[in-house]
Ligand binder design. Structure first.
Ligand SMILES: *Cc1c(COP(=O)(O)O)cnc(C)c1O
Length: 242
């Protein structure tokens, strides 16, 4: 089996095993292939292996690949439409392109970014799915709302007309022990439950975007509904020249 297909089946098995260990239904957990820096050929291999959800971090690179892959002849006949997730830091001068090209944004870290995405989302595409990024370990190097700010932000953002607030995303400090990994993920889960207490039934958050190559098992044990996996699908990334 070619490398990427093989890697995907290994990761899918890990997801399934982790779900089973947590008494969860594996179909509750979406495997998001993080394809930043990867070629369209690599992404095509992942599509051939059955994946349809891809995560990208760099706007310009992403829109070029999205245009190529969404418009592949016959693509819509042979598979579900691709779903593109923006997961990287988002500057306000890039929000329009993201609002026009993506299905999800996981990295909303300021109210202003949410407002711009809502204003710039083309009506015919329907609401843009978003997650609020939470800086769960209060790291100076990472963006995201602090845990204390997240509820207030959610209550403001839920009112924006062209967004659908789906949940929370975090990139915890990379941790040695599985115990520490679980602590961070359980904090995010508790925060989502707290926010849900203030939301109407129809608005309740259903998404926890947490877990990457190194900690997806811990994330799934704490309720992750989307794991974002790059390295363990596509191999090691070359350092990005920016
Ligand atoms: C790059 C990236 C990932 C994937 O990380 P791997 O360790 O390669 O699996 C996941 N989430 C975000 C936000 C990323 O930027």
């Amino acid at each position: 089996m070619p490398k990427i297909e093989n890697n995907i089946s290994l990761v899918a098995n890990r997801v399934e095993q982790a779900a089973r260990d947590a008494n969860r239904d594996p179909s509750e957990i979406l495997l998001l292939a993080v394809s930043k820096t990867r070629s369209t050929e690599d992404i095509r291999s992942a599509i051939n292996a059955g994946l349809t959800n891809f995560g990208e971090n760099y706007v310009q690179e992403a829109v070029e690949k999205i245009a190529l892959l969404n418009e592949e002849p016959g693509a819509e006949l042979s598979r579900e439409p691709l779903q593109w997730h923006f997961i990287g830091p988002l500057q306000s001068n890039k929000t329009r392109v993201v609002a026009e090209n993506f299905n999800w944004v996981h990295s909303v870290d300021r109210l202003k970014i949410a407002q711009r995405l809502s204003e710039q989302r083309p009506a015919e595409l329907g609401p843009l799915n978003i997650c609020l990024q939470v800086n769960i370990d209060n790291e100076a190097s990472k963006s995201g709302f602090s845990s204390d700010e997240t509820l207030t932000a959610a209550l403001a953002i839920i009112k924006l007309p062209n967004l659908r607030l789906r949940g929370l995303m975090a990139i915890p400090q990379s941790q040695q022990s599985e115990e520490k990994q679980k602590n961070a993920f359980s904090t995010l889960h508790n925060l989502r439950d707290l926010i849900n207490q203030s939301l109407d039934n129809s608005d309740k958050l259903d998404t926890l975007s947490m877990g990457m190559s190194n900690d997806l098992e811990a994330a799934i044990s704490q309720g992750s509904t989307m794991v974002r996996v790059g390295t363990d699908i596509f191999g090691k990334r070359a350092a990005k020249q920016r």
